[in-house]
Structure formats: structure tokens, C-alpha cells
Design a protein around this ligand. Structure first.
Ligand code: R5P
Length: 297
């Protein structure tokens, strides 16, 4: 019952303190609505505006990828070390415990396989299902220069619009066809188009020359994919160079889950992204975690 007799009236209105309106410092995101910012702050650590996303969505077009044959066995132990999980709705519902507290970046386009033209994608998730799954972001592949470039840009625009209705940000994913060169000119074109079409952050690839120009010209955060499996030290060098040259983190898959020691590798990647650790130091961390006796950590 309401306490009508002893209603407490407010006493301290802090009249000497102006109402605070701190800027939301994640690149390009200050004008977004509260829900968008809140979801982005779950993905990008508000302390350094960086993220280690674990990408495990490969099965959507290439089936049981090495390292992802059993997501329930191999990915679940890695989730605690990731800032966010990029995944399909099928893998999420079937293989990831709902008690997991990491934000989900939900793959939202698909419709082709490695046997066919890769750019021929459509929107593969209804926005209502993304809400049902508590997605923190939607991911849309965009194929600039691909056979179905126009269709894939249209997918991005539609998903951005749906996400805006519910306060869910969209990540543009720059898909690169076999025939396209991953240089700064191409990646600059692809990432900028994603941002201009409304993507709230963009996933791309690292390039050794002029990546800082790609990052500078993209007005929203960039994260890099890992690409094909490299030696661990080389993958850490790539992540380190990308961060130094303006990336806001990684959305890394094969270089983590195909490593000899995936839990050690994701922690080494975290040290590069969040602690600005040098690649050799991060590699030493990888080796020490890999070689630690079971149960000793
Ligand atoms: C590719 O289409 C998938 O979206 C992957 O999420 C992406 O390629 C990142 O994974 P990786 O680091 O293995 O390249």
C-alpha cells in the first residue's frame, strides 16, 4: 500500500550542479539514440572503445568449417574471453547457452553457398527474430564490385532501417570476391560506402599499405577480420598493426578457433587490442597460456 501519510519529499536537488550531458565517444556515434548507444557500448568497451569480437558464422555459406564442426564443444569455452559473439541464429539457438552474457552480433544475410556466386545474398533474418534473440547488432555482407553489388547494398539499407526502428545497430561486412584485390583503394571504397549507407560499424580486412587512410576515411569504427589461418605470431602482428593504424578492434574467427590453443590465442589477441601489447609479448603470453599445465591457471 502506498505510504500516503509520510510521503518523502525530495531534499537534495544539487542545484549547484548543471545536468551532465557527456559525449558518447565511440567514433561517429554521438548522435544515435539511447538504445543504439547502449548496445554499441556492450560491444565496444567504453573504457577504450575497442572490441574483440569472435566470428563463428562461417557455416552460413561453407558448412562445417574446420574448428566449428561442434560449436557447442569448441566455441562455448571461448565466449567468456570475447567482447561479442558474431554468429548465425541457427548456431546461437542450437549451440550457445542462453545464460551467456556476451552481446550477440547476428548474421542477418545469407542465401548462397561456396558452390555458387558468393555475392548473391538476401536478408535472412526478420528484425522481430533479432529482437527475440536479444541481438545487440545485425551483420550484413556487402559486395562492392561483386556481381550482386546493388542487391547487397540494398540489403544493408533495409537492415539498417529495420534496426533503427528497434534501436539495434548494424555492422556492414565488406565481403571480397575472389577477383577483387584487398588494397587500401578497394577497402576504402567498400568501407566508406557501408558507412554512408548507414552502417554503425564496419568489418573489413587489414591491408599492409595505407590502412590508416582506410580507417581515417571511415566515419564509424572499423574492425578487421582475421582471414585465413596464419601462424599465431603473424596474426598478432596483423591485429597490432591494424589497431595502431586506427582499427577499433577485431572480428576474428579462424585465427582463433583454428589455433592449436584457441583459449590462449583469444587472450593474446585481447592483450593486443585492449592493452596495446606488442606482438612478441602477446605471443609470449599465448605460449605461456598454451603450455600451462591444465588446471594451473
Ligand atoms: C565471413 O564471411 C564471415 O563473416 C567471418 O565472420 C569473417 O570472415 C571473419 O572471420 P575470419 O577471421 O575467419 O576471416
Amino acid at each position: 500500500m502506498a505510504d500516503l501519510d509520510n510521503i518523502q519529499s525530495g531534499k537534495n536537488y544539487h542545484l549547484d550542479k548543471p545536468h551532465r550531458n557527456p559525449a558518447f565517444e565511440l567514433k561517429g556515434s554521438n548522435s544515435l539514440d539511447w538504445g543504439m548507444k547502449n548496445r554499441l557500448a556492450r560491444i565496444f568497451n567504453p573504457r577504450d572503445h575497442r572490441t574483440v569480437m569472435l566470428a563463428v558464422d562461417h557455416g552460413y555459406f561453407q558448412g562445417p568449417t574446420t574448428g566449428l564442426e561442434r560449436i557447442d564443444v569448441t566455441v562455448v569455452p571461448l565466449v567468456a574471453y570475447a567482447d561479442a559473439l558474431m554468429i548465425t541464429r541457427g548456431a546461437l539457438r542450437t549451440s550457445i547457452p542462453p545464460e551467456m552474457s556476451r552481446p550477440v552480433v547476428l548474421r542477418s544475410t545469407g542465401g548462397q553457398s561456396i558452390l555458387k556466386e558468393l555475392s548473391n545474398e538476401l536478408i535472412a533474418v526478420d528484425i522481430e527474430d533479432a529482437v527475440r534473440l536479444n541481438a545487440s547488432a545485425l551483420a550484413v555482407q556487402v559486395y562492392i564490385g561483386g556481381v550482386h553489388e546493388h542487391q547487397s547494398i540494398g540489403n544493408l539499407a533495409k537492415v539498417v532501417d529495420s534496426g533503427i526502428r528497434y534501436g539495434i545497430p548494424t555492422m556492414g561486412v565488406t565481403g571480397v570476391g575472389k577477383e577483387l584485390v584487398r588494397d587500401s583503394k578497394y577497402l576504402g571504397l567498400a568501407t566508406r560506402i557501408c558507412a554512408e549507407m548507414g552502417a554503425h560499424f564496419v568489418k573489413t580486412y587489414y591491408c599492409e599499405r595505407d590502412f590508416e587512410h582506410v580507417a581515417a576515411a571511415c566515419p564509424v569504427p572499423l574492425v578487421i577480420a582475421g582471414g585465413k589461418k596464419l601462424a599465431e605470431l603473424d596474426a598478432l602482428k596483423m591485429a597490432h598493426a591494424a589497431i595502431q593504424e586506427g582499427a577499433a578492434g577485431v572480428d576474428m574467427g579462424r585465427n582463433i578457433f583454428q589455433s592449436d590453443a584457441p583459449e590462449a590465442m583469444i587472450q593474446a589477441v585481447r592483450s593486443v587490442v585492449h592493452e596495446a601489447e606488442k606482438p612478441q609479448k602477446a605471443y609470449d603470453l599465448y605460449l605461456s597460456l598454451k603450455n600451462a599445465p591444465v588446471g594451473s591457471l
